[in-house]
Design a binder for this molecule. Structure first.
Ligand code: 2BA
Length: 108
């Protein structure tokens, strides 16, 4: 068994949750915050049998989309507020996924 930890954008969370349940996956959704943008995102914990990992990743890939976001340098360095520069474009990925082996899984 594997645990997929998938960090995705809030905008895609509803569709991902719906599709996972529809295809028989069990998942937990946690609110999270990106360290760079300091904006809300969403972390899914999905426990899956080894042979289903690729199916789950395919659902994540199909439902989660890369988007551009503009941030001002002062957003990243508030101390430089007096010399505000042009906004810079940041590509926020559809999903950042970690696939972790699970030693043991029990449900009571
Ligand atoms: P954030 O940390 O808010 O990062 C949002 C986007 O900002 C990133 O998109 C990336 O395009 C850019 N970015 C992040 N750190 C940067 C840096 N030091 N310099 C320049 N640009 C930077 P993604 O890479 O798609 O990441 C989306 C979210 O996934 C991240 O939100 C974070 O919450 C999570 N994440 C990404 N890589 C991670 C990792 N290695 N470990 C844990 N969480 C990660």
């Amino acid at each position: 068994m594997k645990l997929i930890v998938a960090i995705i954008q809030d905008k895609d969370s509803q569709q991902l949750q719906t599709q996972l349940v529809k295809d028989g996956f069990r998942a937990t959704q946690l609110p999270s915050t990106g360290g760079f943008l300091k904006a809300g995102n969403c972390t899914f914990l999905i426990g899956v049998d080894d042979e289903k990992v690729d199916d789950a990743l395919e659902i994540i890939k199909k439902t989660c989309h890369t988007r551009s976001q503009y941030v001002t340098p002062t957003f990243l360095m508030p101390e430089a507020a007096s010399s505000m520069g042009e906004p810079i474009e940041v590509q926020v990925g559809g999903a950042t996924c970690f696939i972790v082996p699970v030693d043991k899984f029990v449900r009571f």
